[in-house]
Design a binder for this molecule. Structure first.
Ligand code: NI
Length: 258
């Protein structure tokens, strides 16, 4: 077992036994829940980009802080991407119910600080709505943690330091979907994805999106203003490090909040 595997085993919920989780809870009430999406990321990006990146950032933050990480919620709200093969979406109401149930399960065991690391903009509104329901449910169900329960959503790709670095690396070609910054993180995490990289024509872009068919009409290859060909694995390593540094600090403050 390598050092990094040891670090992973100590923070990944999947590898824990229930007595170990109970023991963990005597010392720390925080847990990280990564959420992504399974959706098209342009003609060269992996369908799992948002799940891979959220999970990569979450595990790195977990290793640095010692905070447990749950399995990734890999399906998100991706209705507008359903015009492209491979996309799997949960309706907002379904995702709301899923996130509610995941967080309430954790709260029931005594977790008081639920730190959601998100890789997909389309999840934001629904995750926040789920938090609002969770607080109500915790009280209604009489959970002992109800008064101490706090949920926080951090979107790794929107962290100020990450945006600054993406701007430096890619300027306007960062775009807003299938961005070189998120693709770079996937190339760092999974080198076989490099085989997909190729030069693409300038992306099409236009405003409001009404639904999957409309999305495909406006953005025929799935990208929104981005040039993912600029992505390099070494950029991904540095973006991941920058995200994990900022988010670890944020998490440490969150755990101390009253
Ligand atoms: Ni994405």
């Amino acid at each position: 077992m390598s050092l990094s595997d040891k670090a992973l085993n100590s923070i990944y919920l999947v590898y824990k036994s229930w007595p170990e989780v109970e023991e963990y809870l005597t010392d720390c009430k925080g847990i990280i829940l990564p959420i992504g999406s399974t959706e098209q990321h342009g003609p060269t990006g992996a369908i799992g980009t948002d799940a891979l990146t959220a999970e990569g950032v979450a595990l790195e933050v977990g290793k640095r802080t010692g905070v447990l990480v749950t399995p990734t919620q890999s399906f998100g709200m991706a209705e507008h991407h359903l015009g492209f093969a491979g996309t799997i979406s949960l309706k907002p109401s379904t995702l709301l119910a899923v996130m509610h149930d995941l967080v309430v399960s954790l709260a029931r065991h005594g977790f008081e600080r639920i730190f959601v690391i998100n890789g997909h903009g389309g999840n934001i509104a629904t995750v926040k709505a789920a938090f609002a329901e969770v607080y109500g449910s915790a009280v209604l169900r009489g959970l002992p943690v109800a008064s101490k329960l706090r949920c926080r959503l951090v979107n790794w790709f929107m962290v100020e330091e990450v945006r600054r670095e993406a701007k430096l690396l890619y300027g306007e070609e960062e775009g807003s979907h299938a961005t070189p910054s998120e693709i770079a993180v996937t190339l760092h995490l999974e080198s076989s994805l490099l085989n997909k990289q190729r030069i693409l024509p300038p992306p099409k872009s236009s405003g409001f999106i009404a639904g999957p068919e409309d999305f495909r009409r406006r953005y025929p290859d799935g990208r929104m203003g981005s040039n993912p060909f600029l992505a390099k694995p070494e950029h991904g390593a540095s973006l991941l490090d920058i995200a994990a540094t900022a988010i670890s600090k944020d998490l440490s403050n969150f755990l101390l909040e009253t």
